[in-house]
Design a protein around this ligand. Structure first.
Ligand SMILES: Cc1cc2nc3c(=O)[nH]c(=O)nc-3n(C[C@H](O)[C@H](O)[C@H](O)COP(=O)(O)OP(=O)(O)OC[C@H]3O[C@@H](n4cnc5c(N)ncnc54)[C@H](O)[C@@H]3O)c2cc1C
Ligand code: SF4
Length: 519
């Protein structure tokens, strides 16, 4: 019997209930999946990131076959593998001659264009179905954005809370009277530190994952990152266990400590669920419902439940809407005219600055850093140094296990680098080393002093913060929310400004890190 539909399933579409599979008839349709080198080389993808995708894809394909479906699957080490999605899709079409192609909306622009181009070239109809994984659609976000000059999270989040009846009181208002409990969610661990932390549930590699780890180690030996600590959930069942573990043991403290950092403590009270959600192993509705249920049962505070739900119902839906609303072209923004190269130590963690060493070190070890490490350590440093946004974007997309362009790009270009000129964030997240000192123990173990801007002990964040304000003084002075920071800058005299500029230049001339002995 001729093949009716070839159903394309990408590495971040591993949802057994996805729209692409609606109406699948095992007698007439087949699934298509391909492991291709291009997805690990278009950015220099870290080993743990590639391994997670491949392992989860292989588990998904096995589960589908177990349901009696045909899966045409190309492995990375297949001799005939052309190495690109487009090449593999052409090969599959030639071999199986489907009447049409079906897929759920892809998660990044590049892939959507590549698939559409193949379908056009071979003259096959391509049906792209709405991605039901998200609680909002691209069209709904576009309608929300229409006529607005600025696209802020808060309004979109409230709209979704109301629409999906999440954390509402009996009158339809926000539970507890406020939409947002951020002010209660900015705790640090203080001098004593976090104490004994609840270790997250981990998932030691099974046979499939071990094969993938060996393949990735062989095939991408020179790529960044390590594989020996790989313990991510790779199936929907494991992802659900990871969620239950988070709700039971870490959600209660999530809110209070969501911005805190501590040396050699990569997980703290974070959920580690982004990768499972982004690969669609886990439905965000289940995650949100579990957090709300824990609050309703009196097991966690409203501030913790709301703080967590806002990340998923708010930020996650918002950045996806923003991405599709602003693509293509969003990756080309460079409003602050930043052109420095990315420091080489971002790929090695080999750097004297203790906060950067810790954040980059765990990134390479696990493919993970939590939000404040991404925003206020690696992101902040790139912002202050003036690194080319595209290079920063390619780094974030390469190193994290949860990195997919729809979510990574707005966070990098809009939130961390302010490269979109304020579409996403009303002001740059610029801060001195004192912010890191307040939120972590890093400065205690660092040879630099976060309170000092010039001289041999000067913290590079602090030097570069003043230099950043000075370089963008005119632009920032026009931003009301930066008024206090600009006022403080204007208190510096000409000699202080010159000393800061000289040290900032020395840092730039020395690959982005302070040269030894430089004043
Ligand atoms: C520069 C930069 C790059 C980032 N790149 C990615 C990325 O590639 N993929 C990714 O999923 N997240 C990204 N984030 C957002 C956030 O840092 C991660 O979602 C989070 O650290 C993942 O860890 P977790 O699952 O333990 O999250 P938790 O701290 O437990 O938060 C819960 C969930 O909320 C969601 N979430 C939280 N913050 C955001 C946000 N700003 N945008 C979207 N969703 C959010 C995630 O799904 C996350 O799993 C980035 C943030 C920055 C500043
Ligand atoms: S002193 Fe500066 S470089 Fe060192 S850990 Fe603190 S913020 Fe980071």
């Amino acid at each position: 019997m001729p093949l009716r539909a070839l159903i394309l399933v990408l590495g971040d579409q591993l949802d057994p209930t996805s729209s692409a599979l609606d109406g699948v008839d095992p007698a007439r349709d087949a699934l298509w999946m391909a492991e291709v080198a291009e997805e690990s080389t278009h950015v220099w993808s870290s080993k743990p990131r590639t391994a997670l995708f491949l392992s989860a894809m292989r588990h998904f394909a096995d589960a589908q076959r177990g349901m009696g479906r045909t899966v045409h699957y190309t492995t990375l080490d297949d001799d005939a593998n052309t190495g690109t999605l487009a090449g593999e899709l052409r090969r599959a079409i030639a071999a199986h001659r489907p009447e049409h192609l079906v897929m759920t909306e892809p998660g990044d622009w590049r892939v959507r264009e590549a698939v559409a181009a193949v379908a056009r070239d071979v003259g096959l109809p391509l049906e792209v179905r709405t991605d039901r994984h998200f609680l909002s659609t691209v069209a709904e976000f576009a309608a929300h954005a229409k006529g607005r000059k600025q696209l802020r999270l808060e309004f979109w989040y409230r709209e979704l809370r109301r629409k999906h009846r999440i954390l509402l009181d009996a009158d339809g208002g926000p539970e507890g009277g406020d939409w947002n409990y951020d002010a209660e969610n900015r705790g640090s661990f203080g001098k004593k530190g976090p104490g004994l932390l609840p270790a997250p549930r981990t998932f030691p590699p099974d046979t499939i994952t071990r094969e993938v780890l060996a393949l990735v180690a062989r095939r991408f030996a020179d790529h960044p990152g390590r594989l020996d600590a790989f313990d991510w959930p790779v199936t929907p069942a494991e992802a659900r266990e990871a969620l239950d573990d988070f709700i039971a043991h870490r959600l209660a403290e999530f809110g209070t400590y969501q911005d805190a950092m501590w040396t050699k403590e990569p997980w703290l009270y974070h959920s580690r669920l982004a990768a499972a959600m982004n690969l669609k192993l886990l439905d965000p509705r289940d995650v949100i419902a579990a957090a709300e249920a824990a609050y309703r049962a009196g097991r966690v505070s409203l501030a913790s439940a709301e703080g967590f739900i806002r990340q998923i119902l708010g930020w996650r839906e918002y950045v996806r809407g923003l991405y599709w609303h602003l693509m293509p072209g969003y990756a080309d923004h460079n409003a602050l005219g930043a052109h420095e190269p990315l420091p080489a130590f971002y790929w090695s963690g080999d750097v004297e600055m203790a906060c950067l060493r810790d954040a980059i070190g765990q990134t390479l070890d696990f493919g993970y850093a939590h939000h404040i490490q991404r925003l206020m350590v690696t992101g902040l440093y790139a912002l202050l140094l003036g690194v080319e946004p595209r290079a920063v974007h390619e780094w974030y997309l390469a190193v994290y296990v949860d990195a997919i362009e729809w979510v990574e790009l707005p966070n990098t270009i809009g939130m961390a680098l302010h490269a979109d000129g304020g579409i996403m964030a009303s002001k740059p997240y610029a801060a001195t080393g004192k912010y890191i000192d307040r939120m972590s123990d890093h400065c205690r173990g660092c040879r630099f002093d976060p309170a000092v801007a010039v001289g041999e002990d000067a913290c590079p964040f602090t030097t570069l913060y003043w230099d950043f304000l000075a370089r963008h003084e005119t632009r920032l002075a026009a931003n009301q929310r930066m008024a206090l920071q600009v006022k403080n800058l204007r208190r510096l005299d000409a000699d202080q400004r010159a000393a800061i500029a000289a040290r900032a230049d020395a840092i730039r001339a020395h690959g982005g890190a302070p040269p030894p002995g430089a004043g």
